[in-house]
Structures are given as structure tokens and as C-alpha cells.
Design a protein around this ligand. Structure first.
Ligand code: G3I
Length: 353
């Protein structure tokens, strides 16, 4: 009898198929995201990264992108007028490079975590302008070729769509007080000049779906793109609660922004749970998993949504409990680095399930 295949071939095929399907089930997030053409990231803190091997091992295994949670912010990286502190963020960037992770820079212009030498310096708008230009130019140039994307401006709008009053806008501002988004335009131009190859983002919270704030951001991006002002992306932070968010509204907001020619990223995803009655219930964990799945799917459904980044990755290190007492367990890994239902729902979303 002539056999079409060598003896045992069918068995080999079956074993191979079994191994492949087992491998698919055990895939780290970053491989699944890679296959879907997206980056999957996490905000990272220097201390656990350099002292806890569970933290650094999990990060390197599961994530293809890193954001420094605090170490590149103005007060950390530029603590004195003539002092830049690059050591910690440099170590973090080196870790990312060694583990083939992309780095997002966060953040250049924000009203928070501005050092007292700036806020208490009594500087005029002209002086503040020179300080901010020096800050942006120095930091962005330092990381040219290493940080591929910058949150140039963070949280500049109020929820009603008006501009937030800040030291950079109008108190006293860098010379554009009362002129709307002109100061934002200026700082995007400085960032572009400092590293023409980095993609430059506007990043905010509470503007993920369709509302007054996201309308204002959309109008600014429409104006900038129409006039050739450099802007490449919008970051949707996505700090959520158990109420979740309308996936349809998020998808619609991503669509209208990407129709302008910019990319969108989910930049700070977490879903905090109410722990005032004790540890999370299975129902809460399942609800959280479904919210993670909704958000990832909204991003996956648009080719110009390029990354899903969590604000942390383990419940052991998260900003939530200290900012929202009684709430927590917001991330895909628990405090012992075990994956939670949210982890598997993210993985499934990236695998197209
Ligand atoms: O480093 C000091 C430490 O020396 C001191 O002993 C300790 C005492 O409180 O404070 C430490 O600084 C804290 C810092 O995080 C580092 O842990 C600050 O008090 C604390 O305010 C700061 O919080 C950060 C927060 O931004 C500041 O607004 C959070 O870690 C960080 O997760 C959070 O991140 C922001 C994003 O940048 C923008 N979007 C919202 C997001 C969540 O608020």
C-alpha cells in the first residue's frame, strides 16, 4: 500500500497541534499583543524594578512597553534650576532596552509634580518660558532615539472643556495667558524640535468617551493638524471604576481622533475595585475583567490605536490605595504577581477572542 505520509506522521501532526495550542494558552501578553500589532505597556516604578525580581521578571516577560510612573516628571528629573537627575530614568530605559521594550516618556508639561524652585521662584512669563523650553529641550534631547513617544502635555483641560488654570497657561503662564491653546502649540513645537523622530502626544483623563472634555481635545487636535502644528497622538488615560465605560463611545472617540490623522493610545488603564467590605469578590474580578476586555477591544478595533498601557501591573504597587482609600486591586496581576481574570481577558482580547 502506498502511504501519502510516512508512518507516524499523523501522530506527529496531532502532537504538534497540541503543543501549539498549549503554547497559545500560555502566551505572555506581549506576544499576543505583538501578533495583534499593538504594544502592551505598564507604568513602572524605579524602586521595585531595582529591588524585586518578581517585579522585573513579570514586567519583562509580559510587557513590550514601559512608562516611568514618576521618574521623568519635572520634579524628579529637573529638581534644581541647573540640575537634571537622569540616573534613575536612565536605569529604567536601559532595562527596557535590554528587554526589547519601547519607552513612552511621561510627562513634560503638567500642573502637578512641578518642583518648588519653579512654583515658588516668582518667575515672570518670559523667565518661565525660558525654563520650560530648556526643560523640554534638555529632557527630550537626552532621550532622543530611546524614548519613542512623549506625553508632551498632560491634563490641560477641565471637565467642562475649558483650559485648566496652571503655572504654564495663565498663572502666570509662559506668555500666552488668555490665548487658549497657543501655549500648548508652543510646547509641542519645542518638543518636535528637540527630537523630530519622537511622536508627540496630548494625554488626559476623563476624555476617553464622548463629552465636553473630549470635544475640546478633539477641536484642539483638529485645529493643530489643519495648521500643521506638530501633534502625532492622543493618550486616553482610562482610570476606571466598576461602573466601566461605554465601549461604543470610546470607539467613536478613537475613530474621530484617528480620522484627523493622529494615533491614539490607551495610556494609564486601571479599574479600581471597592474593597471596603473586604478582598475582591469573584463577581468584582469578573466585572473588572470584562471592563479590561471592552477597553482592549475598542483599541484593537482601530488600526491607529497603537498601544494599551496599564498604570502599573501588580496590585502590590499601584497609586490607587493611597489616592482612593478603601479602593484597590485595580491591575491585572495580584499582590503576589499571580494573573487575575483581568489578565486573561486582556490576553483573550489580543488573541481575538
Ligand atoms: O518620592 C516621595 C517620597 O520620597 C516620600 O516619602 C513620599 C511621601 O508621600 O512621597 C513620594 O512621592 C510620591 C510619588 O508619587 C512617588 O511615590 C508623591 O507623594 C505622590 O503624590 C506621587 O503620586 C503620583 C501621582 O501621579 C502624583 O500626582 C503617583 O505615584 C502616580 O501614579 C500618579 O500618576 C498620574 C499620572 O502621572 C498622570 N495621570 C494620573 C496618574 C494618577 O494620578
Amino acid at each position: 500500500m502506498i502511504r501519502p505520509y510516512p508512518a507516524g506522521f499523523k501522530t506527529i501532526i496531532l502532537i504538534t497541534a497540541f503543543l501549539l495550542s498549549a503554547a497559545a494558552k500560555a502566551q505572555p501578553l506581549r506576544q499576543a499583543a505583538d501578533m495583534a500589532g499593538k504594544l502592551v505597556g505598564a507604568a513602572v516604578s524605579y524602586d521595585p524594578l531595582t529591588t524585586e525580581s518578581d517585579y522585573s521578571d513579570t514586567l519583562a516577560r509580559e510587557f513590550s512597553q514601559m512608562t516611568c510612573e514618576n521618574e521623568m516628571k519635572f520634579s524628579s528629573i529637573h529638581p534644581g534650576q541647573f540640575t537634571y537627575a537622569f540616573s534613575k530614568p536612565d536605569t529604567m530605559v536601559a532595562f527596557a532596552q535590554a528587554n526589547l521594550m519601547s519607552v513612552r516618556g511621561h510627562t513634560l508639561v503638567w500642573h502637578n509634580q512641578v518642583p518648588s524652585w519653579v512654583t515658588g521662584g516668582g518667575f515672570s512669563p518670559d523667565e518661565l518660558s525660558a525654563i520650560l523650553q530648556d526643560h523640554i529641550t534638555t529632557v527630550v534631547s537626552h532621550y532622543a532615539g530611546q524614548v519613542y513617544a512623549w506625553d508632551v502635555v498632560n491634563e490641560a483641560f477641565n471637565n467642562d472643556g475649558s483650559l485648566r488654570s496652571t503655572i504654564w497657561y495663565d498663572s502666570p503662564g509662559i506668555g500666552f495667558a488668555g490665548q487658549g491653546t497657543a501655549y500648548i502649540e508652543q510646547v509641542f513645537r519645542w518638543a518636535r524640535a528637540a527630537d523630530p523622530n519622537a511622536v508627540v502626544f496630548y494625554n488626559d483623563f476623563g476624555a476617553e468617551g464622548l463629552n465636553a472634555k473630549s470635544d475640546a481635545i478633539y477641536s484642539m487636535v483638529a485645529d493643530f493638524t489643519a495648521r500643521g502644528v506638530p501633534i502625532d497622538g492622543v493618550g486616553l488615560q482610562m482610570h476606571l471604576t466598576e461602573s466601566g465605560i461605554s465601549a461604543a463611545d470610546v470607539a467613536a472617540n478613537i475613530q474621530r481622533l484617528t480620522d484627523l490623522g493622529v494615533q491614539v493610545q490607551i495610556t494609564e488603564l486601571d479599574v479600581r475595585l471597592d474593597l471596603r467590605n473586604g478582598p475582591p469578590t469573584q463577581e468584582q474580578l469578573d466585572r473588572q475583567a470584562s471592563i479590561y476586555h471592552d477597553v482592549a477591544t475598542a483599541c484593537l478595533s482601530n488600526p491607529s490605536c497603537t498601544a494599551v498601557t496599564m498604570w502599573g501591573f501588580t496590585d502590590k504597587h499601584s497609586w490607587i490605595p493611597s489616592f482612593f482609600p478603601g479602593f484597590g486591586a485595580a491591575l491585572p496581576f495580584d499582590e503576589t504577581y499571580q494573573p487575575k481574570p483581568a489578565y486573561y481577558s486582556l490576553l483573550n482580547a489580543f488573541l481575538g477572542n
